[in-house]
Write a protein of this length. Structure first.
Length: 296
């Protein structure tokens, strides 16, 4: 630690501070702190590039993307590197301010763990430990579409302390790792597209099911081998006063159910219009309000 202080102080001794300038010591300290911040910034960027290059130096065939595990691991190691650099930068700043010996003796007697607990850093340790287990158990990776608590989005980064999600509208949500209790990962395994169609109660259910089967066959031909399983017409799933609800389901690639549902609804509408099959219309009965009695 003393060597770190001596190197930091020697880095700024080339300046002509022997001149009789008012507040020279203050200016020297400010300039030293600025230099330390610049060096820390350079080390952070250089270290991040080197770490990223080490994990992604293997060339992939055209059209393939790096493994999400590599992105997650490299992001985590870059985060650790950033904390280490800033830690030594803070120690160096204490040395420039003349508090180097005090900081060294304090660390030697109390220990880093005692200082952290004394400053109320239990939540920080909880975030770091939980972040380690999130990575070790491979609960989610960078690029996965997950639901954490009340937030749903794509994982943009996983650091030692926080996880960042980019939600549907583009907003970025930062979640402390210690507050992650339940994770719903929507990127693991195939998705299920589900489309409900409601026809009038007096409509021909058998004909409507046959039309949905035509749509399912056309959809399967359109998708080809990209479809894990052929779509299936479940049949009538609900009967109410407004009509009969029919359901069509299809297994898709991960996160492909939204696009599949939109396309299926377009195909169903076209096919029903061609066959003259009407859709159920919501019926509302207007009840006149009771007349108010005149007061004398």
């Amino acid at each position: 630690m003393e060597n770190w202080f001596s190197v930091t102080n020697s880095a700024i001794t080339f300046l002509p501070w022997d001149l009789q300038i008012p507040y020279a010591a203050i200016l020297k300290g400010v300039l030293g702190i600025v230099i330390i911040f610049i060096v820390a910034k350079v080390l952070n960027k250089a270290g991040a590039r080197i770490i990223y290059a080490c994990f992604h130096r293997r060339k992939l065939p055209f059209g393939q993307t790096p493994d999400a595990r590599l992105d997650t691991t490299s992001t985590l190691i870059i985060s650790i590197w950033r904390y280490v650099v800033y830690f030594f930068a803070i120690i160096a700043i204490l040395g420039v301010l003349g508090l180097g010996q005090a900081a060294t003796s304090l660390l030697a007697t109390a220990g880093i763990g005692g200082i952290a607990i004394g400053l109320g850093a239990q939540d920080l340790f909880k975030d770091v430990i939980n972040g380690f287990f999130l990575l070790f158990e491979d609960q989610f990776r960078v690029g996965d579409y997950v639901t954490i608590g009340s937030f749903t989005g794509t994982v943009e980064s996983i650091s030692m302390r926080v996880t960042q999600l980019r939600c549907f509208r583009g907003e970025v949500v930062t979640i402390p790792n210690g507050g992650i209790e339940q994770v719903v990962n929507l990127s693991r395994g195939n998705s299920l597209a589900l489309v409900d169609v409601k026809i009038p109660i007096e409509g021909d259910v058998e004909q409507a099911i046959a039309l949905l089967q035509d749509v399912a066959a056309a959809w399967a031909d359109e998708q080809g081998e990209a479809l894990p399983k052929p779509p299936e017409v479940v049949g009538a799933v609900d009967i109410g006063g407004e009509g009969v609800t029919l359901r069509l389901v299809s297994t898709t690639q991960p996160l492909g159910h939204w696009e599949a549902e939109r396309r299926l609804r377009v195909l169903i509408k076209k096919r029903f219009e061609q066959a003259g099959m009407p859709f159920a219309v919501e019926r509302r009965q207007l009840v006149p309000a009771p007349a108010k009695e005149e007061t004398k």
